[in-house]
Design a protein around this ligand. Structure first.
Ligand code: SF4
Length: 250
């Protein structure tokens, strides 16, 4: 297995401040994918024991809330098997930190309904995962303020609760309700997307008022605003969007 990149600080792909790994190889080829170079399974560097050691070391800080695994496609067979020693070791050493995994597969149909039944390595892999964000990125369903996902079709699934109860348990972070009126027909999708372009500009104005999270990275000494402040800023930006009088139909 190869990987395309490791981010030492990531505040987008899961809760809190995280370390992220982008694995190589994805057969989905979604329109608008931001990581197209990682579609090639041979792209990037070889993933081996020294990569695991490096990630374990990066996570050895109180401010690191967990590991996020993205791609490429982490749930491709070869990648699941390659990642298994990593997720096991992270959970052994940091049982209180979370592991998020982003996949283009549909959790209910492809992962829980098929891989989980067929492959021992999928069962082992899921035992160590806290949250899966599932589903392909669909450009027409993209919204700029979604929490921890790119398009409204994607779901955030609590894996341990799902395994315990046997039925899919979704997690909500406040953005789901905003789009519950989005209908599954083409006209509504287009209208919502255009309105969001306007909202995106307001978000940028807001950032220029110096209220965005401030990350300083100085020779591995990192000073960052506490996670609750980041959350508050996200909530203020979201509230600003919701309360706008032009957004009555959202
Ligand atoms: S599943 Fe993810 S990595 Fe693969 S093409 Fe779609 S957006 Fe890109």
């Amino acid at each position: 297995m190869n990987y395309a990149d490791i981010k030492t600080i990531d505040i987008q792909d899961g809760t809190g401040i995280r370390v992220s790994i982008y694995v190589s190889g994805c057969h989905f080829h979604c329109k608008g994918c931001h990581n197209q170079e990682a579609w090639d399974f041979n792209y990037g560097k070889k993933f081996d024991d020294s990569t695991i050691d490096y990630i374990i070391d990066l996570m050895n800080h109180d401010y690191i809330a967990g590991l996020s695994i993205l791609g490429g496609e982490p749930l491709e067979n070869i990648n699941q098997q390659g990642l298994l020693p990593l997720v096991k070791r992270v959970k052994e050493i940091y049982p209180d930190k979370t592991i998020w995994c982003y996949t283009g597969y549909d959790f209910e149909k492809d992962i829980f309904g098929k891989m989980y039944k067929e492959f021992n390595y999928t069962r082992e892999f899921l035992k160590n995962i806290d949250i899966i964000v599932d589903g392909q990125f669909i450009e027409e369903k993209k919204m700029v303020d979604l929490k921890f996902r790119g398009s409204i079709n994607q779901k955030k699934i609590d894996i341990q609760s799902t395994l315990k109860t046997g039925s899919v348990v979704q997690l909500k972070f406040g953005d789901e309700e905003r789009y519950q009126s989005a209908k599954e027909d083409d006209n509504n999708k287009i209208v919502l997307f255009k309105e969001y372009k306007i909202k995106e500009n307001k978000g940028l104005e807001f950032e220029e008022n110096n209220v965005v999270p401030n990350v300083v990275n100085d020779d591995n000494v990192i000073s960052i605003k506490p996670a609750y402040e980041i959350k508050k800023v996200e909530e203020i930006i979201a509230a600003k969007g919701i309360n706008d009088e032009n957004d009555n139909n959202l």
